[in-house]
Design a protein around this ligand. Sequence first.
Ligand code: FES
Length: 107
Amino acid sequence: MEFHRLARSGQVPEGVVRRFFLDDLELAVSRFEGEVHISTNYCSHLACLLSSGKVTEDGLLCSCHGSVFDYATGEPLSPPAVKPIRVYPAREVAGEIFVGFEAPEAP
Ligand code: FES
């Protein structure tokens, strides 16, 4: 696993989801109960930007049609989405947020 620096911790306060890029990869980074979660920024339903959604106690809410995705697994917890979103390992060290990739897929 390779970890790449993505953002400063202060850029993702509690209860917020923001968009970040790592090369061409567009990611949604959210924080719920202190923990950082990273996923693709594209909803698996009709590709709305998840960074326009909301952090909820159930998961990341897509604001287009209301699907909620589990932070840890990316599984949809409510319709209309039926497919999971891709999630990535997150690490926070010394005030910086890092995203993890399997070595061969690192950007
Ligand atoms: S695009 Fe996200 S729920 Fe429809």
